[in-house]
Design a protein around this ligand. Structure first.
Ligand SMILES: Cc1ncc(C[n+]2csc(CCOP(=O)(O)OP(=O)(O)O)c2C)c(N)n1
Length: 640
């Protein structure tokens, strides 16, 4: 039998299919998603959960004229497959291939770029309001998960959606999961709605009330369906969404194509904001993901027959070492508590959560609240460690400043996924944290060169009594031996790892490449000392100035943006101290949007791999010797 999917070049082809064929098409899409994600890695269980929902959306609505905004956007694979990217889907998350998230640069069907959670409602409202002000006519939809609805910004949007009442369709994809089981009081409320209990309870209650009205009550109850409608109309306005001015439809079985098509057609007719509550199952149709939706939320490549990972390693990841260190730190000090914003496992805190449930807090997708909450805990003597990915802490810039740093509260930030983040594309890069934290008063910034130093840094951070952030990459460790006992690191002291005439000063993940580059350049007669900076703040000024004062060259290396980053800090120090005629070069990442790729590919793109470092440092020395720029000597450049 030929595949239906092969005939789908765009949503128009989908609409030509009879409704009864859609189930078969859903099965074909699931098979394609499992196949591609098993090879390339990606978000499996969220995508398997929305196959029918997406089919129904494209069956009823008409993109690119109608605009669909996917919250987070990690669940948009079926949408990509149906909108002319079926072939390209094989290159998902690969260099030069499709981005794992919606991308306006990629397709006119992607109305808005996403990657961080809880943004779709605000953006959809913006589109809807601008449509109405410009007298345009199309539908605007936001598809948002129950996890993403825990994010504060989604509530700020709901607040205004209810106020403005522009025509807008919110599709709530409810599966009781964030990455892990969803948390919080609102999540419980959605569960209550989805279970239908609210309706039964209201119905029973109303029946009792009506029965007690002599003569009329029993007769009304007898009219069954009409009675139910009356109940719905009378009591549903009490729902939170309706109270906010948003019509509520649901709950609807999110894998039943006929039901979905019916409710979307219904939602289409409504002239105001409407929310359709769809109940879906994460991982639907692939048993390993259904059984363990959390493990397959974002998966590395796996063997489809078993769900087992394709690549295994005995070397622990930085996240795992962080998690183990937290267990040790908690055993050593009762004041240590851990906070995650919906990432208990991704951050390596799973074991901590089990061992110390009363000292572990999953606040939901709520980074701002996480930091604010940590400040409160610290203000009363606890030692909170907020484990938040570098890219997501961007959300809480003001809380870090206003709540933590101004009050000099000892909150420790464990910044996982700092630096170049493979495969997820521009929204997930962790390259800004040095720059957005460096100017915060009282803040201490650290980055380990390996997983053993990570332990010591976390331990030290907990002892400094100030706000401190430790950044580490999304990567396996370097495979070094882990010391059993914690070693306190002297504040603001770098470690000289290799002697030499000029200085390569590397931060965190760049230390090892710096050593390798220095070894290669030594063979060419360029003598480089290599120091592990350990701290971006406070800097080891004594060490840097020792090299600078003798008029030598200083080169800084960082896996972060150059503007305001670690190299900038060193440059500011040199400027402040008079420069001494030092030649200075800062290597890092420019402020550009760069494509999907592996960490190695992106490092190479910016010349931060060993080969690139050798080339660029050599070039810098050549320039000084007058061999750069066509061999002409440049006036004003000091010779070595
Ligand atoms: C601001 C922010 N914090 C954390 C994340 C990481 N993250 C990606 S998906 C996700 C869970 C989303 O849950 P939900 O919206 O319910 O979608 P589901 O995966 O269940 O379909 C999280 C926490 C993110 N993308 N953005």
């Amino acid at each position: 039998m030929s595949k239906l999917l092969e005939g789908i070049q765009g949503p128009r082809d989908l609409k030509k299919l009879p409704e009864r064929s859609l189930e078969r098409l859903a099965a074909e899409i699931r098979a394609l998603i499992v196949d591609v994600v098993s090879r390339n890695g990606g978000h499996l269980s969220p995508n398997l959960g929305v196959v029918e929902l997406t089919l129904a959306l494209h069956y009823v609505f008409d993109t690119p004229r109608d605009k669909i905004i996917w919250d987070v956007g990690h669940q948009a694979y079926t949408h990509k497959i149906l909108t002319g990217r079926r072939e390209a889907f094989r290159g998902l998350r690969r260099s030069g291939g499709l981005c794992g998230f919606p991308s306006r640069e990629e397709s006119e069907h992607d109305a808005y770029n996403t990657g961080h959670a809880s943004t779709a409602l605000s953006a959809a409202l913006g589109l809807a309001v601008s449509r109405d002000r410009k007298n345009e006519d199309y539908h605007v939809l936001a598809v948002v998960g129950d996890g993403s609805l825990t994010g504060g910004v989604a509530w700020e949007a709901l607040n205004q959606i209810g106020q403005l009442r522009d025509r807008l369709i919110i599709v709530l994809n409810y599966n009781e999961m964030s990455i892990s089981p969803n948390v919080g009081a609102f999540s419980k409320y959605l569960t209550y709605l989805a279970s239908g209990q609210h309706y039964l309870r209201i119905k029973d209650h109303a029946k009792l009330m009506l029965k007690s009205i002599p003569g009329i009550g029993p007769r009304v109850i007898k009219y069954g369906r009409a009675f139910e409608d009356l109940i719905k109309k009378t009591f549903f306005p009490g729902l939170v969404f309706e109270e906010l001015g948003i019509k509520y439809i649901g709950p609807v079985q999110g894998h039943s194509l006929p039901s979905l098509i019916e409710v979307f057609n219904e939602a289409k007719k409504y002239d105001g904001p409407v929310l359709v509550h769809c109940v879906t199952q994460k991982g639907r149709g692939y048993p390993p993901a259904q059984a363990n939706p959390e493990k397959f939320h974002g998966s590395s490549p796996f063997i489809p027959a078993t769900g087992e990972p394709r690549h295994k390693s005995d070397v622990p990841s930085y996240s795992q070492v962080f998690g183990r260190t937290m267990l040790k730190a908690a055993a050593a000090d009762k004041r240590v508590v851990a906070i995650t914003a919906a990432m208990p496992d991704g951050t390596g805190l799973g074991a901590f959560a089990k061992a110390h449930p009363e000292r572990f807090f999953d606040v939901g997708i709520a980074e701002q609240h996480a930091v604010n909450f940590a400040a409160g805990l610290a203000a009363n003597g606890l030692k909170p460690v907020a484990a938040i990915y570098s890219t997501f802490l961007q959300r809480a810039y003001d809380q870090v400043f206003h709540d933590v740093c101004l009050q000099d509260l000892p909150v420790v930030f464990a910044l996982d996924r700092a630096g170049i983040v493979p495969d997820d594309g521009p929204t997930h890069q962790g390259v800004n944290d040095i720059a957005y934290l460096r100017h915060m008063p009282h803040m201490i910034l650290m980055a380990p060169k390996d997983e053993n130093d990570l332990q010591h840094m976390l331990f030290s951070a907990l002892s400094y009594g100030h706000p401190a952030a430790v950044r580490f990459p999304k990567s396996l460790g370097e495979g070094v031996k882990l010391d059993r006992d914690f070693k306190p690191l002297p504040l603001g002291k770098a470690e000289l790892l290799r002697a030499g005439r000029h200085l390569l000063l590397a931060y965190g993940s760049m230390v090892r490449p710096a050593l390798a580059a220095a070894r290669r350049l030594a063979r060419e007669g360029i003598s480089l000392a290599v120091a592990d900076a350990r701290f971006a703040k406070p800097l080891d000024e004594e060490l840097i100035l020792r090299f600078a004062r003798t008029g030598r060259t200083v080169v800084t290396l960082e896996e972060g943006v150059l503007a305001g980053g670690f190299g900038s800090a060193v440059r500011e120090l040199l400027d402040r101290e008079g420069r001494f005629g030092v030649r200075f070069l800062a290597l890092g990442i420019p402020d550009v949007v760069y494509p999907v790729g592996t960490r190695e590919e992106i490092k190479a793109l910016f010349g931060l791999d060993v080969g690139g470092l050798v080339r660029r440092v050599r070039g810098f020395f050549d320039e000084a010797r007058g061999r750069g720029a066509g061999g002409r000597s440049r006036p004003g450049v000091r010779k070595r």
